[in-house]
Design a protein around this ligand. Structure first.
Ligand code: PLP
Length: 389
């Protein structure tokens, strides 16, 4: 493999493209035509590799898949219309009635919803285990357990799970492990190199990187991804060619963006940790982070998300947010623009304060998702908003 940035620019692409274009054309087509009957016969007998219909494949999507596979160090990749469609399709493809799975509890809210409310309707049992509690994980495994699914780092607490240990437990017990690696990206960690079987990303976040597309990708060995693509053809969740074009375009500058976002994350975490109005900072790059050593072992950088608790209550946190001038207020992260949210108000508003506290979401918790702006400008803005809150 060439260097990571070289791979981001050139990986997965043909050197010569249609009409000598330097960019990958957007194949905006629903179907593909055949010269004659003989060509159809050759295609159906597997003698000719080509496309048949847009729900099964598209050349623009294919380039994005190959580029992502090269960056992740995976044999193959499959792209979906969204991160959630990717997660749900992969789980439906892998599981059958009577199976059991283990889900680490600090996870994307809709992943938890799907596992706890929808999978049981199809006779699949789900056990929720505290994130990173490998003893509880071992105890929860039984002979019907098919897979373990976890995020690392998690959202919003940036907890980190030890991939090598997770891989060892899974090999011993013959279960597959899926890591949702959205917050880290292949720039900061490559779980497959640590023995993890399957990696998933919401491409909506850092991979696309410009807040202008929705997508998801699953990466793993060729046989597995081929089976997933069979399912994708039936469930219908392939990414559209225009989003794939935007994703390819976004990936060209992905390593440069990550470099800045890692720097912004680290410097903001250090600034906040030293500020008297901040009670607690969650960032895997800080020495005070409970899994700092695991993070150092398996990550090359710690990303652009910093969560923290402000001294005071939820109202005080809201006042801080409303005084910010640079970050946009809203959900999502990973784009060029910095964003801020108060999880209790935006992502967990359906829960009572008591229910939120049960899963550890305090009202005064703030999630800051840094973009690629200059660090000094972000620090100055955070500082003035803290002074005003
Ligand atoms: C955003 C996100 C998802 C869902 O992805 P979409 O592209 O929004 O469907 C899943 N997991 C994590 C960790 C995410 O941040």
């Amino acid at each position: 493999m060439k260097g990571f940035s070289t791979t981001a620019v050139h990986g997965g692409e043909k050197r010569r493209k249609g009409e000598d274009s330097i960019t990958n054309p957007i194949f905006q087509t629903s179907t593909y035509t055949f010269e004659n009957t003989q060509e159809i016969i050759e295609y159906t007998q597997g003698l000719k590799e080509r496309y048949e219909y847009g729900r099964y494949g598209n050349p623009t999507v294919r380039v994005a898949e190959k580029k992502l596979a090269a960056l992740e160090g995976a044999e193959e990749a499959a792209l979906f219309v969204s991160g959630m469609n990717c997660i749900t399709s992969v789980l439906l493809a892998m599981l059958s009635r009577g199976d059991h799975i283990v889900l680490m509890d600090e996870c994307y809210r809709k992943t938890r919803y799907f596992c706890q409310n929808i999978l049981p309707k199809y006779g699949i049992e789900v056990t929720l285990v505290k994130t990173g509690d490998l003893k509880a994980l071992r105890e929860s495994l039984n002979k019907r357990t098919r897979l373990v699914i976890s995020e690392s780092p998690t959202n919003p607490y940036l907890s980190v799970v030890d991939f090598a240990e997770l891989a060892e437990i899974s090999k011993k017990n013959k279960v597959k492990v899926i890591i949702d690696s959205t917050l880290a990206t292949p720039y900061n960690q490559r779980p497959l190199e640590h023995g993890i079987d399957i990696v998933i990303h919401s491409a909506t976040k850092y991979l696309g990187g410009h807040n202008d597309l929705i997508g998801g990708v699953v990466l793993g060995n060729a046989a597995f991804i081929s089976a997933i693509k069979e399912f994708r053809g039936a469930l219908g969740g392939i990414m559209d060619p225009h989003s794939a074009y935007l994703l390819i375009r976004g990936l060209k500058s992905f390593p440069l963006r990550m470099e800045r976002q890692n720097k912004n994350g680290m410097e903001l975490a250090q600034f906040l940790a030293a500020h008297p109005k901040v009670r607690k900072v969650y960032y895997p790059g800080l020495e005070t982070h409970p899994q700092c050593q695991i993070a150092q072992k398996q990550m090359q950088g710690y990303g652009g998300i910093v969560s923290f608790e402000i001294e005071g209550d939820g109202k005080k946190a809201a006042r801080f947010i409303d005084h910010l001038k640079l970050p946009y207020i809203g959900p999502s992260f990973g784009g060029t623009e910095s964003m801020v949210e108060q999880p209790a108000i935006i992502s967990y508003y359906e829960l009572s304060q008591e229910q939120r506290l049960e899963i550890g979401i305090k009202d005064e918790l703030i999630r800051l998702a840094l973009g690629i702006e200059d660090t000094v400008d972000i620090v100055a803005d955070i500082k003035q908003a803290l002074d005003h809150s």
